[in-house]
Design a binder for this molecule. Structure first.
Ligand code: ADP
Length: 354
């Protein structure tokens, strides 16, 4: 496939606004699903839309693909206004959660189908579809019907079908949800590697924070039809600006309180070094450790309610006066026992204030 020969843009250098969603509102009847959304995606970037079910991720993706018209606002792709362009005239590849393969067509015919719609000759269709299947590691499966392929292989066929048209943008709508846990992690890495190799600008929709953290250049955290926070995975993890982001990005404890003379105080707990005006303290689970007694800036203790073994780590839930606290410790450390009273020690980077 000639897409492989494209110069690969570096997303940090890429043109901002290669895909620009400008003040877009989308409604189903009278109900607004996406509310004045503005988002820029750089050339070659993989940007994830991450958020709970119903927050408007798929609607945004379907609008970019041309399946749902916006009520207002514009979509610009590579400097062109595509807001009113029909879906089949947009040069955009889409992969859905359900793969949406034709069951009676072989892998090769499924991949070539999109080219048929574009009046490309049979010989060229065959050649390009074959190359696309090879790109996703399925060269040997060209003749198989979807029913005779595994879930992961069907997923790859869907990906090849999206890529064969050499799209300017790739849209992935929860493409890993139907795979079991092991395959999901494998496909996640494969899709990211392929995206980087091809340098293709990609919008990835997911409700799974691990997926978003592992794959993205940047993540837009969505809530109620709005982008509530935008940043690199590291920015969002290290310094979330809202309790929603902190809560959504994994095992976080958010404690409400107030600051007096640099000390954050909440029921039964306090922490030194807080900025004036902070109203919430966020604790990162993987940076907390059980201790016999409090030491350092954080004074927090409680009773262990549950200890779960996760293979690589123990997940420990604690009942504290300020509310539940979660910590995740490496499994080579000895965990406390349920019912035990312990203090919480904060490692560097454990505490953020909002
Ligand atoms: P997400 O992808 O984040 O789960 P969606 O974009 O699917 O969210 O949905 C956003 C909102 O729009 C939800 O309130 C949902 O119920 C509503 N919605 C989605 N699709 C339709 C539809 N075809 N008709 C009516 N309402 C819809």
């Amino acid at each position: 496939m000639s897409a492989t020969a494209r110069p690969v843009p570096d997303p940090s250098q890429g043109r901002r606004g290669y895909l620009l969603i400008d003040d877009v509102t989308i409604a189903y009847g009278k109900s607004v699903a996406v509310d004045s959304l503005t988002l820029e995606i750089a050339e070659g970037e993989l940007l994830s839309l991450l958020g709970p079910s119903g927050c408007g991720k798929s609607t945004t993706l379907r609008m970019i693909a041309g399946f749902v018209p916006p009520v207002s606002g514009h979509v610009m792709l590579n400097g062109r206004d595509i807001t009113r362009k029909p879906a089949h005239k947009r040069n955009i590849g889409v992969v859905f959660q359900s793969y949406a393969l034709f069951p009676h067509l072989s892998a090769l015919e499924n991949v070539g189908y999109g080219l048929r719609m574009r009046n490309i000759s049979r010989a060229e269709r065959q050649e390009r579809a074959k190359a696309a299947l090879e790109t996703v590691g399925l060269g040997a499966f060209a003749g198989r019907l979807p029913g005779n392929l595994s879930g992961g292989q069907q997923q790859r066929v869907a990906l090849a079908r999206a890529l064969v048209i050499e799209p300017e943008v790739l849209l992935l709508d929860e493409p890993l949800s139907n795979l079991d846990a092991n395959l999901r992690a494998e496909m996640r890495d494969e899709i990211r590697a392929l995206q980087q190799r091809l340098g293709i600008t990609t919008l990835f929709v997911t409700h799974d924070q691990q997926e978003a953290l592992a794959m993205s250049d940047r993540i837009a955290v969505m809530k109620d039809g709005l982008v509530s926070e935008l940043g690199t995975p590291q920015q969002l993890c290290d310094a979330p600006r809202s309790a929603f982001t902190a809560g959504f990005l994994g095992a976080r404890t958010v404690i409400g309180g107030q600051v007096e003379a640099g000390i954050f105080r909440a029921k039964g707990t306090q922490c030194a070094g807080a900025p004036e005006g902070a109203t919430q303290m966020v604790l990162r689970a993987s940076r907390l450790r059980p201790a016999a007694e409090a030491s350092g800036p954080l004074a927090l203790s409680g009773t262990v309610s549950t200890v779960s073994y996760l293979g690589e780590a123990f997940e420990i839930d604690l009942a504290a006066a300020s509310g539940p606290v979660r910590m995740v410790i490496p499994s080579d450390l000895a965990p406390p026992a349920p019912g035990q009273s312990i203090a919480v020690q904060a490692l560097p980077g454990a505490v953020t204030f909002i």
